[in-house]
Design a binder for this molecule. Structure first.
Ligand code: G3P
Ligand code: MG
Length: 352
């Protein structure tokens, strides 16, 4: 058999010979590949081009970058693989809250509140990321139903509740992982936590006292709107943030300082660039500088704004949030096309 040192050399030489495509893609999901649960026909054709059916006769690296979330990366990639009919690996997938993995060391043993998504799904994601004491607003309601008298926890909600005495548990941070399902309960609990600096039902504290050891608030998706399945775009997590901040301001006189992740934030684009570099390496077997990056998106405010700021090329499609009948986009893309297939074809032609 071939000695391992020689085998590694042969491997390295042959990997260097893998032809590199002169471009890479970052694809948005909702409004580009899917409408809510429905797959757009152009998506499968676009992915076939990227997988090798292109003039370079090689796989063109691509990752998916979405402001969606609510389940673990592994689980979402299995679903996408089944919907799109092409293997999507977690190493080519970034969702709104993926970036929170890198923050879990700070809050590993601290009680934190996680908002959004179905039942306790985001709690499980948070635990998986390393947040060992993650609580939901339903846990708060189960501890004391009078926290929000207008909603009674359902049997399904009670089934997954984690009991704790919130009058004795200081919440150190709140993470809005995904779109809240019960805005009213979530706004109430969020106001409770922040006004009393971490203790639901505790004494209200002044902004000066708050500033000494503030409860950190992090939102993962600033989208006011997303395309989804309905004829008009639907309110997203950004709309929840607006509602919460308006109410918090009406109560206290000022909005609450928060951190924002997700497209179009610089942090998320930098994170995505790292994931894309690793993915290019995974395909080629060697570290290579990033080729020209093309972002394909449907939302000028998030996809296009972020891509332009990151110095990527940006392609705006007409299958999503942006409606060409409403005038020019708020952020000018490098190019505008009907759908994701046309976007991929245009970028390939440009790099030929
Ligand atoms: O909730 C998801 C939505 O706000 C945006 O999804 O894939 O278009 O970034 P996407
Ligand atoms: Mg989109």
């Amino acid at each position: 058999s071939i000695p391992s040192i020689l085998r590694r050399h042969i491997q390295q030489v042959s990997q260097k010979d893998v032809p590199a495509a002169p471009l890479a893609f970052v694809l948005d999901i909702d409004g580009v590949l899917l409408h809510g649960p429905k797959v757009l026909p152009a998506a499968k054709r676009a992915l076939a081009l990227l997988e090798g059916d292109n003039p370079f006769r090689t796989k063109i690296p691509y990752i998916l970058l979405t402001n969606g979330g609510g389940v673990g990366e592994e689980e979402r990639c299995q679903k996408l693989t089944q919907q799109l009919g092409i293997k999507i690996s977690p190493s080519q997938y970034v969702q709104a809250h993926t970036i929170l993995k890198s923050l879990s060391h700070k809050y590993a043993d601290e009680p934190v509140l996680v908002l959004g998504g179905k039942l306790d799904a985001v709690r499980r994601v948070a635990e998986d990321y390393g947040y060992k004491k993650a609580f939901t607003t339903t846990d708060v309601l189960a501890w004391n139903p009078s926290v929000w008298p207008f909603h009674q926890a359902s049997p399904a909600e009670l089934d997954v509740v984690k009991y704790t005495d919130f009058s004795q548990t200081r919440v150190s941070a709140v993470f809005v992982f995904h779109d809240p399902r019960n805005w009213a309960l979530d706004v109430q609990v969020l106001c409770d936590v922040l006004q009393s600096n971490g203790i639901v039902g505790g004494q209200y504290v002044s902004p000066e006292q708050q500033a000494l050891d503030p409860v950190e608030v992090i939102f993962c998706n600033p989208d006011l709107l997303w395309r989804s399945e309905f004829v008009r775009p639907r309110l997203g997590q950004g709309a929840f943030k607006e509602a919460f901040q308006a109410i918090y301001k009406a109560l206290t006189g000022s909005t609450y300082p928060h951190v924002q992740y997700g497209k179009p934030t610089e942090a998320t684009y930098r994170f995505a660039e790292g994931v894309l570099s690793d993915y290019v390496e995974e395909i080629a077997g060697v570290r290579r500088p990033l080729p020209q990056v093309y972002m394909v998106g449907d939302n000028p405010e998030s996809d296009i704004a972020g891509a332009n700021a990151a110095n990527w090329s940006s392609i705006l499609v007409h299958t999503g949030v942006f409606d060409p009948q409403q005038g020019p986009p708020s952020h000018r893309p490098t190019h505008e096309v009907a759908d994701v297939e046309a976007a991929v074809r245009w970028a390939i032609d440009r790099e030929l």
